[in-house]
Design a protein. Sequence first.
Length: 237
Amino acid sequence: MVYTTEDFNRDLAKMTELARGDKPTDIFLWVQWEMARTHRALVVFWLQVRKQFSTSAPVDDAENFLGFAKQWVRSVELHHQLEEEVQFPALNPPVDTGKSHDEHVELMQPLQAYKSYLESVSSGSESWSAYKADELTQAFIPIMMRHFVEELYILDPDALRKFIPKETLEGMRQDVAETAKVRLDPARDVPPLVTHNDDALDWPPVPWKITEDFKIPLELYQPHKGWWKYSSHPLEL
Ligand SMILES: [Fe+2]
Ligand SMILES: [Fe+2]
């Protein structure tokens, strides 16, 4: 089935709707809200990558653009790894995460093909083609978008409230934070969340207070500031 621009916009609108409002204090609401914020950020980040395909950036500013584009793939991979290793085992059972897992698997192969292409362009073994990049991404964007919406439905707060003890979710939240600390490279993995958060002050969860004037420590932003200039909300340095 063809996945149209209307389908894309509808799916993004659903993520946006579930990501609305301030950070919930009720953990049953928080689980879905946090996931929706993350999915929305990944999609907004994706749109910023896609926007550059037909510009001169992939050729004239190849190192920075490709750094930004490859980081997007890494962000999606990390998100799925945390789910597979920490969140799904905590939720399942009673929540059936089998379909979400299958969608991760389905996504993997075409995502890897796109990643390999970006790496080949980076190493100089292939030249940049917006057409080829577009074709490769069309193989997984529809799967990813549907997955990003469906996964939010399985985290329905009313269903969680009925079947899962609060303590399990609190433990899961802590485990995600601890695993993220080990897995994440702060100077690569945190800036793209901060610069694709719609200027929110309550997300992503970081160990400092985000304010209008202070979004992220400069030592985390500077190492790849050339990448982040392609973000939807880069820092004005
Ligand atoms: Fe997710
Ligand atoms: Fe997922």
